[in-house]
Ligand binder design. Structure first.
Ligand code: CTP
Length: 400
């Protein structure tokens, strides 16, 4: 079998050196990689490096080897184009269809899936021009990976780092395996709840839980990358907003319910990844509760919170709306999951085992997705993004 043909576009950012690691991973795993740097990229890493690591010729412009018509051929024959790092300039050119060098020509002629891994300073990433270009590229079917948060060039830190080459490689592998240029959630509205609700006792205290929100954010990011319009209802997460996602911050279960009901009225799918408190204090003390010498503390009386997942599952806002719940279980994980799926009435239930060091706050997750149709899909231990992708893989064919 022919090796899958990958075009690695490299644009001019300091993160170009990290693309060498991505290139190695691609070649070592059996891909035939043609590197197409921009002229600016060669200021950071020279053509000799790209050529030696890829085993293929390297050029930046359309005037080399004209008889081979490289500006058309490279894109036409590719199975995947990945641009890493993608600068603000390259994203803008791609969004507007400019073609002034070999990479931009390749992007216009490619009919395969295209992945962009942007890297730039936070201001450039957050600029409305860049955000609109990213939205345009996503709408057309490209996968635009969210930049990571951390140290940037010089003394700056923030959002804009090129994600770890290993992560980009994983995305490439998934996109290549799926092989679609028309993302399956394009044009869909999905609602994701994330984080953990906090139920206040007084102005300074609350009853809460240890959900970090990372799984819900991974679901939001991956859905956006698969073309969906995403509303992310975020309960006390403190995480940076994913680009291109509409974030609605909430505090309590009652606020979460209101936000979910509002957003889901026109949603194709709702995924309840948030850890919602089942109970809230019956009373809220307007002033801070004080300890009194010699007196026992007052017991905290709790009342039930609404079960949002059960409510939206029973009373669907739209016919054919797909509803996904999450269940965190400590014992009898599968049996309890089945019972919960029936009780809640949702279409899919992602069941994961939790414990002191499992799931909460970690970057990884492991689960079984139970379907109301009796299906059972195990998701092996891996990044929360991978779990998120599997959830959407299961949701997409169920959408009307
Ligand atoms: N959930 C909800 N509203 C609640 C409680 C939970 O919508 N008041 C949703 C969560 O977002 C999650 C699912 O229900 O998708 C499972 O929540 P979980 O707390 O594990 O289930 P419970 O019904 O509370 O069952 P138990 O506490 O008995 O395990």
């Amino acid at each position: 079998m022919d090796k899958p043909k990958v075009v690695l576009g490299v644009s001019g950012g300091i993160a170009a050196y990290k693309a060498c690691e991505l290139l190695r991973r691609l070649t070592e795993s059996g891909h035939d990689v043609r590197v197409v740097p921009t002229a600016s990229a060669l200021h950071f890493v020279g053509a000799a490096t790209w050529s030696a690591l890829s085993g293929n010729p390297v050029s930046t412009e359309v005037w080399d080897d004209v008889h081979e018509v490289p500006h058309v051929r490279i894109g036409q024959h590719a199975d995947l184009v990945i641009v890493a790092p993608a600068t603000a300039d390259t994203l803008a050119k791609a969004a507007h269809g400019l073609a002034d060098d070999l990479l931009t020509n390749t992007l216009l002629t490619a009919r395969c899936p295209v992945v962009f891994a942007p890297a730039m300073h936070t201001e450039m990433w957050e600029h409305p021009a860049t955000q609109e270009n990213v939205a345009t590229l996503r709408r057309r079917g490209a996968v635009v990976i969210e930049p990571a948060v951390g140290r940037l060039t010089g003394v700056d830190t923030g959002k804009g780092r090129l994600p770890d080459p290993a992560e980009i490689f994983e995305v490439c592998r998934r996109v290549l395996a799926r092989g679609v240029t028309e993302p399956d959630l394009k044009g869909r509205h999905v609602v994701v709840s994330a984080g953990g609700t906090r139920e206040p006792l007084d102005p300074v205290r609350f009853l809460g839980n240890r959900s970090s929100g990372k799984q819900g954010y991974a679901l939001a990011r991956t859905a956006a990358a698969r073309g969906a319009r995403v509303t992310l209802i975020a309960a006390n997460t403190g995480l940076p907003d994913p680009a291109g996602v509409d974030v609605v911050p909430v505090g309590t279960a009652v606020q979460l319910r209101e936000a979910v009901l509002k957003a889901s009225s026109d949603a194709d799918a709702v995924v309840m990844a948030a850890a919602v408190a089942d109970f809230r204090p019956a009373t809220y003390a307007a002033g801070k509760i004080k300890k009194k010498d010699g007196e026992d503390p007052e017991p905290i009386v709790l009342v039930r919170n609404p079960d949002i997942l059960a409510e939206i599952s029973t009373d669907r806002a739209r016919p054919g709306q797909v509803i996904v719940g999450f269940a965190a279980e400590t014992d009898d994980v599968l049996a309890n999951g089945r019972k919960k799926l029936e009780r809640k009435g949702c279409d899919l239930l992602v069941v994961n085992e939790v414990g002191e060091r499992k799931t909460f706050g970690s970057e990884e997750n492991e689960a079984v997705v139970l379907g109301a149709d009796g299906s059972e899909t195990p998701i092996p231990h891996g990044p929360k993004e991978a779990l998120a992708e599997t959830v959407w893989d299961l949701v997409a064919p169920r959408l009307g």
